[in-house]
Design a protein around this ligand. Structure first.
Ligand SMILES: [Zn+2]
Length: 133
């Protein structure tokens, strides 16, 4: 069975697929981060939209996600604050790596993302800081 796009080594149907199909919502901000990373990997722009806050939606380039041919190569969670099932906010610091289409060299960035709850569901709000690696 295909292992999940989030690279957690679980089969896709038992990992992020139920989130992507809208059957289930991630319980923690970290699960949301992984499922959004997986969505970027499989060009699932609808999911990125659906899991962006009202504020973040203004910055989602739907077509760019849909058309992207970059290859996502890794996600590393470095630190997390709150974001659990009883929290209303969470922060996660992570590094993500990708190979831009047509390029050989991998690129990466480090970001501290803020996640909030909107109508009970975790959504991405904004990057509190961002650094190209
Ligand atoms: Zn997954």
């Amino acid at each position: 069975m295909q292992s999940c796009f989030c690279q957690k080594n679980k089969p896709y149907p038992h990992c992020c697929q139920p989130f992507h199909l809208g059957l289930n919502d991630p319980i923690t901000a970290k699960d949301l981060l992984y499922s959004r990373y997986a969505a970027y990997r499989c060009n699932h722009a609808d999911y990125i939209k659906r899991t962006s806050s009202v504020l973040a939606l203004e910055n989602v380039d739907y077509q760019a996600i849909l058309n992207s041919q970059d290859t996502w190569t890794g996600l590393k969670v470095l630190d997390e604050k709150a974001g659990k099932c009883l929290d209303s906010e969470g922060q996660i610091r992570f590094q993500a790596f990708y190979r831009p289409f047509g390029k050989k060299k991998e690129q990466g960035f480090e970001e501290c993302s803020l996640f909030i709850r909107e109508q009970g569901r975790w959504v991405y709000q904004e990057a509190l800081d961002y650094l190209n690696l």
